[in-house]
Design a protein around this ligand. Structure first.
Ligand code: ATP
Ligand code: MG
Length: 112
């Protein structure tokens, strides 16, 4: 199992969610986040205004999926979240050791 964490522009959340649903993901966690990348938050346009603060509003998406879906999920996120401008975000992939579905006690791939 793999976890994909994607930091995206907030206004892209709906498009990314729809793209991921088409891939067949079973669940998603969304968190409002703040961050900066290489430009350190400067000179990035947000809602038409140039922000002069360090931290810019972002949305963090987390999905845990079978390893076979990772490439498709990455493609879906990239297609939906990319504007071509700075600040489009990042995708991080990591290993997940275990997952447990609390209601049923299922574990591993059966739990996600
Ligand atoms: N190395 C990192 N570790 C953790 N979070 C990161 C990292 N890089 C970027 N982020 C998160 O992703 C958000 C978007 O990053 P951003 O797309 O600006 O990266 P970048 O490297 O500056 O690329 P670009 O030049 O396209 O802007 C940041 O605001 C931050 O929340
Ligand atoms: Mg940046």
């Amino acid at each position: 199992m793999k976890k994909i964490e994607a930091i995206i522009k907030p206004f892209k959340l709906d498009e990314v969610k729809e793209a991921l649903q088409e891939v067949g993901i079973q669940g998603i966690t969304v968190t409002e986040a703040k961050g900066f990348g290489r430009q350190k938050g400067h000179a990035e346009l947000y809602r038409g205004a140039e922000y002069i603060v360090d931290f810019l509003p972002k949305v963090k998406i987390e999905i845990v999926i079978g390893a076979d879906l990772v490439e498709k999920a990455i493609d879906a996120i990239r297609r939906a979240a990319q504007t071509g401008r700075i600040g489009d975000g990042k995708i991080f992939v990591s290993n997940v050791e275990e997952a447990i579905r609390i209601r049923t006690g299922e574990s591993g791939l059966d739990a996600i």
